[in-house]
Design a protein around this ligand. Structure first.
Ligand SMILES: [Zn+2]
Ligand SMILES: [Zn+2]
Length: 122
């Protein structure tokens, strides 16, 4: 089997990026999902590998502002919340593919806006 890489990265909309792979597989990523899966040092605890992003804390309204190739092994994305330090290797992107075949349980879409903590409101 040849080395897995995208043959095409489709900017479907600011909220969706599709990748067509060289084995014919198609992955369709919502922006909030990719943002939540960021693996940079800011989002993942370096030593424990623990994720700092609470699932569901990224609003579904987040948009992709840029996508760039990193060498020939990864993509980097810039997001509308200003975050742009994440590097997503092709291997990782394929691993987190949310299609019905790769993720049979499907994706749970987060709320449209961040919920404010209501514990301080009287
Ligand atoms: Zn990050
Ligand atoms: Zn898939």
């Amino acid at each position: 089997m040849k080395y897995l890489s995208p043959t095409r990265v489709k900017r479907v909309s600011p909220k969706q990026t599709d990748i067509i792979w060289n084995d014919g597989h198609v992955s369709s990523y919502p922006s909030w999902y990719l943002r939540e899966k960021c693996m940079c040092a800011e989002c993942v605890e370096e030593f424990t590998g623990e994720r700092r992003i609470v699932p569901g804390s990224i609003p579904s309204s987040i948009e992709r502002v840029s996508v760039n190739a990193v060498g020939n092994y990864a993509l980097s994305f810039g997001w509308s919340d200003g975050h742009n330090s994440g590097i997503y290797t092709f291997e990782y992107l394929r691993k987190i593919c949310p299609c019905a075949q790769c993720l049979p349980e499907g994706l749970k879409e987060p709320p449209a806006a961040k919920q404010k903590p209501d514990s301080f409101e009287v």
